[in-house]
Structure formats: C-alpha cells, structure tokens
Design a protein around this ligand. Sequence first.
Ligand code: GCO
Length: 443
Amino acid sequence: MKLSLPKNSRLLDKEFTFGVATASFQIEGGIASRQACIWDTFCAKPETIADNSDGSIACDHFNLWENDINLIADMGVDAYRLSIAWGRVINEDGSANADGIDFYRNLLSGLKARNIKTFVTLYHWDLPQHLEDNGGWLNRQTAYAFEQYADIISAELADVVDSWATLNEPFCSSYLGYEIGIHAPGKAEQAFGRQSAHHLLLAHGLAMKVLQKNCPQSMNGIVLNFTPGYSASDSEADRQATAYANDYFNWWYSRPIFEGKYPDIIDSFTDEIKPKILAGDMEIIATPIDFLGVNFYTRAVYKAHPNDVFEEIPPTDAPVTDMGWEIYPAAFTGLLKELNQRYSLPPIYITENGCAMKDNLTAGTVNDLGRIQYYQDHLNAVDEAITAGVNVQGYFGWSLMDNFEWALGYTKRFGLVYVDYDTQQRFLKESGKAYSTLIKSRT
Ligand code: GCO
C-alpha cells in the first residue's frame, strides 16, 4: 500500500519539508550521564506508568544514535525533529555540561553531514528534578533558568541547528502535569495548571529573545498541540460549552503568543485560579516567532455540563487509534483554516502527526496498513488546508520509531519504525516504507 498525493500538491514541492520526530526522554536512555528529571521521579512512583516502565533505556538512542541517523537518512527525509535533555547539557549549578553538549553536537553534525535539517526542541517535558524540588513550573524562577539554558545551548550549537523550538506542548506540561496530575510531576490542582502554563509561556518568550540574539539565522518558534473541540449538538448550551473548552485547552496557549492576552474566560476565574501575571509578562510571551509548530492527532466532542461547564464525550461508533483517539482528519483541515483566520500566522510546520496502532512484527515485517491509511487521510487534510491558503511548509511524522509513550509506557507504538525492546533492533514498518517512497518520489 502506497501513500499518494495529487501531482500538483504543494507537499510534493522540493521546498516542502518532510521529517520524522522524537523526544529525548522517550528514546535516549543514557540516564547515567544526565541529571535526574521529573519523569524519572514520576516513573519511580507506583501506578503512574501503565506497564511500570521508565526511561532508563528506552530505545537506547544514547548509544545507538549513529545507527539511528543512518536509518533516518535511509528514509530520505529532509529533516529530523529531536529534543535536548536539559539535564544532560546543564549542570545543577547552571553551568554547561561539556560531555552532554558533545553528545548533541555529534548527533546534529552527523545529521547535517547526511544533508538532514535539524529541528531542535529545547523542552520536551524532561525538567531537571532539582528545579522541580524548587517549585518547578509553579516557580517563576524556572522560567529564568530556562532562559539561561536556552542562552548557553543555542550559543553552543548555533552552527548545527536549523530550527529551534522553545517548548513542546505547554498544554501537556501544565494541564497533564500540574492540573490533573497524570503526567510528571503529578500535581493536580486547577490553580497549579494555570500558573504553570503562565510560567511556561513566560519561559518561551524569554527564550525567544535569546534565540533571536544567538541564532538569528535559524527558524525559531514554539510547538503547540491542538485538539479541536466539536459540539455534540447544535444546542446553544453545547455550543457555548464547546467554545469554553476550546478556549481552555487550545486558544489558552496560542492567544497569548499571537495576541498577547489569554482568552476572555480568564475573567470568569476566581482569584485563586487566575495565574499571577506580572507587568510586561504578556509582551514577553508575545515575542514574534518565525514559525508555529502544530501537533495534531484527533478531535474532541463536548456537551454542556451542569456543574463543570463542559463534558467530553468519548468516541463511540467512530474509527479510533490504539490510543482510543478518534480518527477525524477533517478536524485537521478545520484547525489549520481556523488558525489562519484567527491569527496573523508565520509559516506553519506540522511538527507531529501520526497514530498508535496494534503492531505485530512477523518475520521482520509490520504490515501496518491502518497507519498508512491514517497518514494518507491526514496528508490529504494538510493538502486541503494548503489549497485553502494556509501556509504549511513542513510535516513531521510522529514518530520516527516506537518509544516511551509517557504514562502508557511502551504499550503504545507510534513509530514508522518498529523497535524490538528486547534486542533494540529496528524494523522499518510498511508505513515507514510508504512514507519513504512518497518522499523519494518527489522530482
Ligand atoms: C505529544 C508529545 C509526544 C507523544 C505523542 C503521542 O504530542 O503528546 O509531543 O511526546 O508521544 O504526541 O501522544
């Protein structure tokens, strides 16, 4: 089964960037040569991770990185999106860790030598534990520590990085980690969720200024995830509940960046819930970005709830991935068009899109036709958005390879490459072959 696009599709232009993506904690292992992070601590707590696993080995990328960049190069992608483990490159006293920096310099130089563009995320959730011990993202000082980290690393690696993203998905770090507690550090209070989100966005703005100073030649921005909310009915109550949910989960992160203000629903929060915002914060957060990374997987459906404003309705008879996420590519097109209508946007890169499927390795082959269909449907959705005038300039499949899926451990496989965790062997799935063939077919 192949992936195909209309021959005049902008996705087939040589200027369009096709890539694959990963994140440090999810693939690296190599925990002996970095500081402990909040996910090491979270994994060590009972009943936090579905299979009681952790990131101590993961895909052993820390040792297998050369093998992996050859795998990436063989796929024919234009770019590789990775993240840097903060605790590998910055010591507890805030000084640079030369060995950690060397690891990423070797990795990034290897990619550049293979003519692969490097898209680097500074923070993909692995906060050094000593910062969490000092309040983590609830402590404003963590935003300044992030600024210093960004300053040191962007100066050190400026020559081998084509694009910097400050944060990956501040929604996940704040809401999942501090508001409902299913991600590290496992705190669960609404006020914590909103305050940590503010300090994460402040960290983003502070780091943007540093990146523009140290790396004016690279494309610098942020990666936000969006789960577009749809109303369960045309009733005014359900539509209002859905609008609230979209403000609370989606626009909460994008509006400060593009308009310098939170959604108006903030005015309905009690003082205990409202984040503490200092004078000048919103201007810092709204520092112009060169690109917006968009992560999309699925949509959500909401109805009005008598006490909690909205209630999410899980998919019932709709097709879903192994995560239970509805497969609804029309929401992808709709999201991109809505972003384009709401904001004056820089170029958009789809920094994550993909799916978990129940994969079976048989004689070295994974015949994941469902994943190929997911990619086909969602590449079509991006093509439709571009045709409608949305300036999408790249698409990264999540993920290069199966990896640690956070609270679900290794029970969910998102990779275009299958990882046998017992042997650490990699096997290109049929979806990876189809993705590679599509990319190599461009003339
Ligand atoms: C995210 C993260 C990835 C996840 C992927 C599947 O978007 O949540 O960036 O680390 O593994 O999205 O959930």
